[in-house]
Design a binder for this molecule. Structure first.
Ligand SMILES: Nc1ncnc2c1ncn2[C@@H]1O[C@H](COP(=O)(O)OP(=O)(O)O)[C@@H](O)[C@H]1O
Ligand SMILES: [Mg+2]
Length: 250
């Protein structure tokens, strides 16, 4: 694309976002203060993820995966370094703007589903729309459509304890999708599921990716990472590997 080439030339190979980038980080550090001890969970992460990429972030326990996901998801801020989300410098946003951008641009999926126990699937999926003031009628239509897109039309009025683990995670994915976010961020989304159900959830991410979503899945399981197209490995808070997955190579 002509425009892209022009911009890339302008920026040379410097940091900062280019057209089509969803996530760009430059020398991201996160240090946790633990009494008089400092834990450097991230030690200079440079990352560039483009629209409609399907990325797995891998690494052993304690390597900094969740910390990185929390920064990417604007749930926490870096100790040092820069982060651009869809071209916006996140460090320059106020807390309110950050909350709004998080709600609009990022769909979260967690290992433990994080659903409201006493609410129906429909209500759980409506929650992000309640936070941003979507009118009730539109809310219901969009929540129903999101539940349909994860094949849960028949479970709209069920509560989490009336659903299987895989169904609960599909409700959480519908909730992540309902605002039409630019990124789906999933931290160990199959960690509480048996391997067959986990594969079904990953097949659903495949579908979402095919529909144009940008997907980032954090996992310590190589089998799960292989569903993605690009695998980034993190070790001791730095990126130790970044390559195409077997799906793309073969
Ligand atoms: N809130 C916190 N306070 C202090 N240390 C933390 C906190 N969260 C994570 N850590 C530490 O930071 C490192 C990276 O943790 P984490 O990002 O959770 O790794 P992973 O998700 O790869 O298992 C670990 O050493 C962990 O103990
Ligand atoms: Mg983790």
């Amino acid at each position: 694309m002509a425009i892209e080439t022009a911009v890339e030339t302008t920026h040379a190979n410097g940091p900062g976002p280019r057209p089509g980038d969803v996530i760009v980080t430059d020398n991201l550090w996160k240090t946790y203060e633990m009494g008089d001890q400092e834990v450097h969970a991230l030690r200079g992460v440079n990352l560039r993820i483009r629209h409609n990429e399907y990325v797995a972030i891998m690494g052993p326990s304690g390597s900094g995966k969740s910390t990185l996901m929390n920064l990417i998801g604007c749930l926490d801020s870096p100790s040092q370094g820069k982060y651009w989300l869809n071209g916006h410098d996140v460090s320059e946003l106020s807390d309110d703007e950050l909350a709004r951008i998080r709600n609009k641009e990022i769909g979260f999926v967690f290992q433990t589903f994080n659903l409201l126990a006493r609410a129906t699937s429909l209500h759980n999926v409506e929650l992000p729309l309640i936070y941003n003031g979507t009118p009730a009628h539109e809310r219901e239509l969009r929540a129903k459509a999101a539940l349909e897109s994860v094949n849960l039309s028949s479970r709209m009025m069920h509560k989490p304890n009336e659903l299987s683990g895989g169904q609960r995670q599909r409700v959480a994915i519908a909730r992540a999708l309902v605002n039409n976010p630019s990124i789906i961020l999933a931290d160990e989304p199959t960690g509480n599921l048996d391997s067959k159900t986990g594969d079904e959830i990953m097949a659903l991410f495949d579908e979402l990716h095919a529909r144009g979503n940008t997907i980032i899945v954090v996992t310590h399981e190589p089998d799960i990472a292989e569903f993605a197209h690009r695998i980034i490995t993190i070790r001791d808070g730095v990126i130790a590997g970044d390559q195409a997955s077997g799906r793309v190579r073969s």
